[in-house]
Ligand binder design. Structure first.
Ligand SMILES: *Cc1c(COP(=O)(O)O)cnc(C)c1O
Length: 373
């Protein structure tokens, strides 16, 4: 039995019929930009994320660039980010003309290391920082990051591309952020039928600046207060996400159940362990994340491949050693933990509506792979 790493085709009964009908209706009315679907998704995001303002945009990378611009990041400013993240986080900083400073991660939660962050902040005096909530939880030091940044006038942007549905202290992780960014890329927890993104904040001034930047820096229809962007979530994407909304809680529950199943059924050993979800968090089940003995990982992957069991390596290399990063780095960054862990991470299949048979199959094949490696 083969098990894919991710399967996005497990629609709820009737979902596709509703979608086809929606596409027909929107197409008939040429309702392609803006309108009530976009207004509704923004209301849904506000409610889900417990924030005062949600501004939809074209994708999660744009969301980061727009947030950086909105908090005032300018040419040659320094911006701190974790060295282990998706490339878009790094790219966004460069694309607004700023200098990225990659900071090493913590071995305990795989998120940016707070103590090293403080050291880097003292050295570089950054205008802003991006804290990334990876794998379906966030940093155990999230409150330290937030208060340090507030006290030192560093604008903290939280890259929440992977954290839709993550709770911290029984509230949405987005709730107490200055500004967070969201991606609705199809493979994310809340996935669209293409690209889409959003920015969430409870700061009114920031929200109006963000809305204007997303819309060419407009103040009125043909008046522009600054050079912005064209970054809109199109109506079809908004409509697709609105159709998912009644199923979203169940999709997240299903992911959380499978994530927990792996944690209980696959007891760690000398060869592998789970990353523990930090205290006060409820994970959203975005990703399973195992730490494997690095010298065994290739053999384990080979066995999984031979049995058609999907897996992912998220992420195989830190940002600071990417070829494309070199022209933008101030110095050679040696981030030993990010480098070491990139050789150890392995993710097993995890998506909404996985079956119990699939989970058992993954367990069996994975344990065989460990045995053989
Ligand atoms: C997916 C992702 C992004 C980019 O989102 P897109 O919608 O694909 O542009 C940014 N940061 C992280 C951590 C991501 O996982």
């Amino acid at each position: 039995m083969s098990v894919p790493f991710i399967d996005l085709k497990r629609y709820e009964p009737g979902f596709l019929d509703n979608w086809y009908e929606k596409v027909q209706q929107l197409s008939k009315n040429t309702a392609f930009i803006g309108g009530s679907e976009v207004a509704t998704i923004e209301e849904n995001i506000k409610r889900n994320c417990q924030v005062e303002y949600a501004i939809s945009c074209a994708n999660g990378t744009d969301a980061l660039q727009i947030a950086l611009r909105a908090v005032g990041v300018d040419r040659n400013d320094f911006v701190l980010l974790p060295d282990a993240t998706f490339w878009a986080t790094f790219e966004a900083i460069v694309n607004v003309g700023a200098n990225p400073v990659p900071v090493d991660i913590s071995e305990d939660d795989l998120q940016m290391d707070f103590d090293l962050f403080v050291q880097a902040a003292e050295k570089y005096k950054p205008k802003a920082a991006i804290l990334v909530h990876l794998y379906g939880w966030g940093s155990s030091r999230i409150e330290d990051f937030r208060s340090y940044c507030t006290n030192n006038n560093i604008k903290l942007i939280e890259d929440g591309a992977q954290s839709y549905g993550v709770n911290y202290n029984n509230e949405s992780i987005y709730k107490n952020a200055l500004v967070s960014t969201i991606s609705f890329y199809p493979a994310k927890v809340y996935g669209a039928a293409g690209d889409a993104g959003a920015i969430a904040t409870s700061n009114e001034e920031l929200s109006s600046k963000i809305r204007s930047i997303c819309n060419h820096g407009r103040s009125e229809h043909y008046s522009y207060q600054f050079v912005g962007w064209n970054s809109r979530m199109d109506t079809l994407q908004a409509a697709f996400l609105n159709l998912i909304q009644p199923h979203l809680a169940d999709r997240i529950k299903s992911r959380q159940k499978s994530a927990l199943w792996y944690r209980t059924e696959l007891q760690g050993s000398d060869d592998f362990k789970h990353i523990k979800v930090p205290n006060r968090y409820i994970e959203n089940g975005y990703l399973n994340c195992l730490i494997i003995k690095s010298e065994k990982r290739d053999a384990i992957c080979d066995h999984l491949k031979s049995k058609e069991t999907g897996f992912g390596i998220v992420y195989p290399e830190p940002m600071s050693i990417q070829l494309g990063a070199q022209p933008y780095l101030q110095e050679k960054f040696h981030n030993p933990v990010a480098l070491k862990l990139s050789k150890c991470v392995l993710s097993l299949p995890l998506f909404a509506n996985m079956t119990e048979d699939e989970l058992y199959e993954v367990k069996t094949v994975f344990l065989e792979a460990i045995e053989k490696s």
